[in-house]
Design a protein around this ligand. Structure first.
Ligand SMILES: Cc1cc2nc3c(=O)[nH]c(=O)nc-3n(C[C@H](O)[C@H](O)[C@H](O)COP(=O)(O)OP(=O)(O)OC[C@H]3O[C@@H](n4cnc5c(N)ncnc54)[C@H](O)[C@@H]3O)c2cc1C
Length: 329
């Protein structure tokens, strides 16, 4: 790992100024992803600007009736907060299914959103990777691609976004509030992460020098009835092969409100809009859940080792939605 300087920002404004004035600087959250990437020489910043001690509102109810979560709040604190556990259980569950207790104690909300893919070839300096080195190619496409994307990939990149937390945020229609040299702006979480297209190295809508300040969760009363299911190779300390975040409300057996997002299957947290369209207003039950899953996964494309994810994603959707309507068979 090469040498770097370290500064701790006291305010958001100071953080934004430092990042703009120090050449090749990066924000530092808990360091649980960035420091690993620096050790592997995948990221080589000359300076780190620590943003974990910025004054913040922590986790607070917003004027709109939702909840605001500062970017520096640790993942554990979000997962354990009573309001999150009661009103947005899928978010609490998603976080607790990720990483380990120690990592969640360090990891911040901002860092979780910005964490980078776990594609083996991205981490291997000897491999071709358009995300790490634009124009070099993608060794994952014809390589060992068991963990890779089945939706939203391109001929340049088939890496998945690894976050569990972001899948729940996608289902909840969260908003990312950012601050930068041009002031503040809000980016819908579902527009924050980009599909790779021909430029997989551009991963988010965040501009250079912009800081994630907070996440806003809208009021969503039916999210009290929600679940996050993660399917993975080991019961802990493993990234999702497929995950499903869902919230469902029925009235007289018909689906009144539904939110569905998938993880582990795409280069970004995947909001399942097509499935939601099939489900809205329909009579709840396994048949319509399967039809919705078939519709969402219709455009899915498997590669040599990951085609199993298509059926796995469909079955996980059906299982989670069935559980939400009390059908646990
Ligand atoms: C062994 C292991 C297992 C894991 N398993 C899982 C898992 O199962 N599920 C899962 O979801 N995650 C998992 N993770 C990933 C973990 O969740 C991330 O490493 C963590 O969320 C990153 O947060 P951080 O604060 O440490 O970010 P850092 O490592 O500090 O930063 C990550 C990136 O975010 C940027 N950044 C940080 N804060 C801001 C900000 N406020 N504004 C703009 N940019 C910012 C940094 O510049 C950097 O580019 C695992 C990690 C490890 C090491």
């Amino acid at each position: 790992m090469k040498n770097f300087s370290y500064s701790r920002a006291g305010t958001s404004q100071e953080a934004v100024t430092l990042i703009a004035t120090i050449p090749n600087a990066k924000f530092l959250g808990g360091g649980t992803n960035l420091v690993d990437l620096m050790r592997e020489n995948i990221e080589q910043p000359d300076a780190l600007v620590d943003v974990t001690r910025l004054p913040s509102g922590g986790i607070a109810e917003s004027a709109a009736g939702g909840v605001s979560i500062a970017a520096s709040v640790r993942n554990t604190a979000v997962a354990n907060h009573p309001i999150i556990r009661q009103r947005y259980p899928l978010l609490s569950q998603a976080i607790l299914f990720g990483a380990s207790g120690q990592i969640r104690n360090m990891a911040t909300v901002g860092g979780n959103i910005m964490q980078r893919t776990r594609c083996y070839y991205f981490y291997d300096e000897a491999a071709k990777c358009n995300k790490r080195k634009p124009g070099s190619g993608c060794d994952a496409i014809d390589g060992f691609n068991r963990i890779h994307a089945i939706l939203g990939a391109s001929e340049y990149c088939i890496a998945t976004h690894p976050s569990d937390m972001c899948v729940a945020l996608a289902a909840l229609d969260a908003t990312v509030r950012v601050t930068g040299p041009d002031g503040e702006r809000a980016i819908p979480l579902n527009e924050f992460h980009r599909l790779p297209g021909g430029t997989p190295h551009i991963e988010t809508a965040l501009k250079a020098n912009e800081l994630i300040a907070s996440i806003e969760l809208p009021p969503l009363p039916f999210a009290r009835q929600s679940r996050y299911r993660k399917v993975r190779d080991r019961a802990s300390y493993a990234f999702a092969l497929v995950s499903v975040a869902a919230a469902l409300e029925t009235e007289n057996g018909r689906i009144r409100n539904v939110r569905l997002a998938l993880g582990g299957v795409a280069p970004k947290p995947w909001r399942a809009h097509e499935a939601e369209r099939v489900l809205s207003g329909a009579e709840a039950g396994r048949e319509i859940f399967r039809r919705a899953a078939d519709t969402e996964l219709g455009p899915a494309r498997g590669f040599r080792y990951n085609s199993f994810k298509i059926e796995l994603a469909k079955r996980t959707i059906v299982s989670v939605l069935s559980e939400l309507v009390g059908d646990n068979q």
